[in-house]
Design a protein around this ligand. Structure first.
Ligand SMILES: *Cc1c(COP(=O)(O)O)cnc(C)c1O
Length: 719
């Protein structure tokens, strides 16, 4: 009897684990956690690994509780209902997409911390897009690579140096399944390269109703190219990078065909996957007997391209000899001369600079191109105006769709409950409706403050656990720095790249010391972030931060946490009081971590860059830097640092520490309410996905059936 219950519970848990829907459904997580909290943490919240390792008696103990079994049953029921439901936004507003799904190509996908195939914002955006499409019922297939070593786990040594730890992914212990054909046989595709044809295995992840296919080239361990795929996200040299992008684009498109998917829309998330468009053209030429120009024209009407990088150096460019070496077979299928092929990737209309640029290729071949915030749209049109020499910069056909975040993934359970009580039980299904959020102004301030204090406490406990672990590992004695629940707690978490200026506060150590040592108005700052393995400047920033964290002058009020991943991000955005973002304007394309903060009653203090430049209205958070850009970056940094301290001292601290007789910071809470009322409806990925559907996908799907496809090279309407 007990044994039967236990194996039934195990079977049900495996059912939940088989669909990544558990990553955005609060109730699922606790069903695992309650069985064995230590193990749940040790496996980084990975249910597949958890079920492989967990002791049966532990499952048995929970299985004996009828209330637990009832909750488990309800969770499975809710998953089934979610998957079966045919009534959703897309069934009313985008039925034409049902004929042929959207294919969404991205070099990384951030779905959960247990699947390390993402490095940061770009991947998390892709993951959030798949999840919102699932919630909205938009049929979509994600396409990416299964990096056998993924992105690294970060440790920080006793001197603040970054250690990068790569471990081999065990596919038995991640939520993936092999792609099988009708007879239950694994599907293989063949990938032609300069050094011959080799096989690629396909893996599937279920992401609610969405699917993600991952290409895996590690089958033949003896093959010389094994490194290329088995390896690392953004690792390796230019040749590795080119081969990965061939796999992603050409292999990715072939993978979809092998799975029986004929995508109606091709959406490239950044230029890495732009070869997919060439493969699609080649396939069309072969199937329909068309010439390149006609096939390119018909493919263009279905292609959407999103660019994310305002830094000119951030766009992939390959030397032409490398391109000729690896793309010759594809070029020949397209019937193009070397010159014509090279011209597709030329970044400047005038002379060639001897490289092939993936962004230029995508801009030429897609009928809709967009940047990811209004300001980024402006910057991007300036960056690529050379491709349209006859147009004014303002008429360069690149629009913008501002990024958003998948709210159920990022919101804390207690905030979710507050919104269910006070806005509507079904608020997550209507979160892009502005009127839903107006009611937040009626919520009693004490109720919001109570939730925020609990979230902060949980975050501080998490930080203390992580700090203790690091101390133990390094063999350091003494207690970790005291974390103070009364202090204004500032979160600064992002990739340590120079332009993100995580160290801006360190530029005036005396002023920082006064800020941090003020007994009456205590402040503490939590830092987290990874530097790219090849970015020595970024690693230097981490070292400088860690040095300050060890400096008694700052009284332990600077804390550095290791291994910024989705888990650390969730804790920090949920538990901080203030989220600080200090990019050197205009280099932040959008930024999304501050949007996650909004949904957790965490206020933003940020440079008017990326999303904040269009979102901040003076009352829904704080800004510094006055929206200015200087050509002299040292001057810009100095001025921004002064302004940052000024805003902290004269606006943020007074608002936070001015308390009512009941001990409530009423001005602060009003800002939290203003932030939710003015920002929540817009900066979420449901709104973003709806924008992509209505401005891009529907026109692309229309091109399939209409004899008048949408005009090429126009900006998405309405932006
Ligand atoms: C949200 C997120 C990002 C992107 O946030 P930015 O504001 O663009 O820096 C990067 N890394 C992780 C782990 C995240 O969760």
């Amino acid at each position: 009897m007990a044994e039967a219950l236990q194996s039934e519970v195990r079977r049900r848990l495996a059912e939940l684990a088989g669909n990544l829907r558990w990553t955005w459904s609060g109730e699922f997580d606790s069903l695992f956690r309650e069985i064995d909290l230590d193990l749940w943490r040790r496996v980084n919240h990975n249910p597949a690994a958890f079920l492989a390792d967990v002791d049966d008696t532990r499952i048995g103990a929970r299985a004996a509780d009828p209330e637990y079994r009832r909750r488990l049953e309800a969770a499975c029921g809710s998953l089934q209902n979610y998957l079966k439901s045919g009534r959703h936004w897309a069934s009313r507003h985008a039925p034409s997409l049902d004929l042929r799904p959207v294919a969404y190509f991205s070099a990384e996908f951030g779905l959960h911390e247990s699947l390390p195939i993402y490095s940061g914002g770009l991947g998390i955006l892709a993951g959030d897009h798949l999840k919102s499409c699932s919630d909205l019922g938009v049929p979509i297939w994600g396409v990416s690579i299964l990096y056998r070593q993924g992105y690294f786990t970060q440790r920080i040594d006793a001197q603040g140096g970054q250690e990068e730890i790569y471990s081999d992914l065990d596919v038995e212990r991640v939520p993936l399944e092999p792609a099988l054909d009708g007879r239950g046989q694994p599907i293989l595709i063949q990938m032609p390269t300069a050094s011959g044809v080799f096989p690629i295995d396909l893996w599937l992840a279920r992401v609610g109703r969405s699917r993600l296919v991952l290409l895996d080239g590690s089958r033949d361990p003896a093959a010389a190219h094994r490194d290329v795929f088995s390896a690392r996200l953004y690792g390796g040299d230019l040749r590795t990078r080119l081969l990965q992008e061939l796999i992603l684009g050409v292999g990715g498109y072939r993978a979809l065909l092998a799975l029986g998917i004929r995508p109606g829309v091709l959406h490239l998330n950044e230029g890495h996957s732009a070869f997919a468009l060439l493969e699609a053209i080649a396939q069309t030429m072969e199937e329909e007997g068309m010439r390149f120009d006609a096939a390119a024209e018909s493919m263009r009407a279905r292609a959407v391209f999103t660019t994310h990088t305002p830094l000119p150096a951030g766009h992939d460019r390959f030397p032409l000899d490398l391109i000729e070496e690896h793309l010759r077979p594809l070029r020949e299928r397209l019937g193009l001369s070397s010159e014509d092929f090279t011209a597709l990737g030329r970044a400047d209309a005038g002379g060639a600079d001897g490289t092939f640029c993936m962004t230029a290729l995508a801009l030429r071949l897609a009928f809709r191109s967009n940047a990811v915030s209004a300001l980024h749209g402006h910057t991007t049109r300036g960056l690529w105006r050379g491709l349209w020499p006859e147009r004014k910069t303002s008429e360069v056909p690149i629009g913008h769709i501002t990024n958003g975040v998948h709210v159920p993934t990022w919101i804390a359970g207690e905030m979710d409950q507050l919104l269910r009580r006070r806005l509507a039980e079904d608020w997550p299904t209507r979160l892009s409706h502005a009127d839903l959020w107006e009611k937040i102004t009626d919520v009693p301030p004490a109720e919001i403050w109570d939730v925020k204090r609990r979230l902060k406490q949980e975050m501080l406990e998490f930080a203390a656990r992580r700090l203790r672990k690091r101390q133990e590992r390094l063999g350091l004695s003494g207690p970790p720095p005291g974390l103070d629940p009364e202090a204004l707690t500032i979160g600064v978490a992002r990739r340590f790249a120079e332009y993100k200026r995580a160290q801006l506060l360190l530029s005036d150590p005396d002023r920082l010391e006064r800020l941090l040592r003020d007994e009456a108005r205590p402040v503490q700052i939590l830092f987290a972030g990874k530097a790219h393995p090849k970015d020595d400047v970024g690693k230097g920033i981490l070292r400088a931060l860690d040095e300050r964290a060890r400096d008694p002058r700052f009284s332990g009020r600077i804390i550095v946490l290791e291994n910024y991943d989705m888990n650390v991000a969730r804790h920090l955005v949920q538990g901080s009081d203030l989220w600080l973002n200090a990019p050197r304007r205009p280099l932040e394309a959008c930024g999304t971590s501050g949007q996650k903060a909004v949904f957790n009653a965490t206020l933003n203090l940020a440079v008017l860059d990326g999303w904040w430049a269009e979102a901040h209205d003076g009352s829904n958070g704080y800004s510094f830097g006055e929206g200015l850009t200087h050509t002299d970056t040292a001057l810009q940094d100095r001025r921004d640092a002064v302004d940052l301290f000024d805003v902290l001292e004269t606006q943020v601290l007074p608002d936070f520490f001015d308390r009512s007789p009941e001990g409530l910071p009423l001005k602060w809470i009003v800002r939290i309410q203003r932030a939710l009322a003015t920002l929540a409806w817009r900066y979420n990925s449901d709104r973003m996905a709806i924008d992509y559907v209505t401005r891009c996908y529907l026109a692309a799907a229309g091109a399939l059936t209409s004899s008048h496809p949408a005009d090429p090279w126009t900006r998405p309407p309405g932006v």
